[in-house]
Ligand binder design. Sequence first.
Ligand code: DTR
Ligand code: CA
Ligand code: ZN
Ligand code: ZN
Length: 434
Amino acid sequence: MRHSARQRALIVAGAALAGLLAGAVPTASAQQAAAAPDIPVANVKQHLADLQSIATANGGNRAHGRAGYRASLDFVKAKLDAAGYTTTIQQFTSSGATGYNLIADWPGGDTSQIVMAGAHLDSVTSGPGINDNGSGSAAVLENALAVARAGYQPDKHLRFAWWGAEELGLVGSRYYVNNLPSAERAKISAYLNFDMIGSPNPGYFVYDDDPAIEKTFKDYFAGLGVPTEIETEGDGRSDHASFKNVGIPVGGLFTGASRTKTSAQVQKWGGTTTSFDRCYHSSCDTTSNINDTALDRNSDAIAHAIWTLSSGTTNPPTGTVFENTADVTIPDYGAAVTSSVNVTGIPGNAPSDLAVGVDIVHTWRGDLVVDLVAPDGTVYNLKPYSSSDSADNVKATYTVNASSETANGTWSLRVQDRARYDTGYINSFKLTFP
Ligand code: DTR
Ligand code: CA
Ligand code: ZN
Ligand code: ZN
């Protein structure tokens, strides 16, 4: 078990203080992360106006397989090339037409730890898709340009993406993930997705797939005094799905589509008890179909998340961490094995949102049954056996309601391989107490 994050922070701060007293420079870890810049919403709106013009000049839309899509991609690429990004166009075929993803890497940072932000750039055929999803595309673009303007050099590597053919069924993002070697997938520490973030009758929804990413966004909006809700219909509904399916931590923001805003939500956010976006997938999804305040707030929230999640010098994660990083071989089609941590110093019961970090390297992860075993022997299943899940590795953070368990004691991650031939090992097991 290593020192907890809070203990590490205190140790580093103490050393820094001692160093200061002795005239030394504080170590990087004791410094605060650079603050994210404000993202000028006027710049984001200009990108939307440009995307609108592109659609108008190309048959009225920016849909997969149509001229307006490739023209939109070339527009975004040109701005990124001019700003110093390394850009790549990834080509694929869907429904008989050529599709394109645009990937932009910001030079620098630890390329084994990649923070990625993305948005689908395609629209439906019925209109220019300015909220869906010019809003996400423009906000991600302006954040990438803000990184360049700031000359920001975070500890982690930054990558941005604009996806094709989302409206055909998340095609471009799935193609990207499926063609990314598992060793490259493992380097992505977070994928942030932004699909519809300027709805005219906005709600403020935060994806709840990864606790740390969710908290990053919720903390930002709490700082604005803007209440948020968990995005409940997001699973599988946008480009983060393919990343989540391979165990990459995901998060994102959403301001609502065709669902109706409830009266309780009107109390919370203002607006009307009508749909969040009455022009969803319609020809009226134009530059007039945007709420500037929502677009501004979400653009700034994206910057906060990028700066926070990409800097290794951020404040250590709040909470106390207990981790076991010893490798434990998992016998093929054999007995269960465990990796354990001894929790001490945590008063009372465990929380209802105990974060259980699991890192298992194993081909055909469907073979595995993964459980959390509490000190009193209570078993919490984290991942069931699945004969069809052929993806590799289990790299995920599970949230467990462990509030009925005494916190202190020995907790174990128990793993059993229930099918022949594929093998692997437990790489690490981590519990984070808030
Ligand atoms: N599928 C998206 C719109 C959408 C609907 N529900 C959610 C939840 C989270 C993100 C996006 C969406 C589209 O039409 O592009
Ligand atoms: Ca702003
Ligand atoms: Zn759509
Ligand atoms: Zn969309």
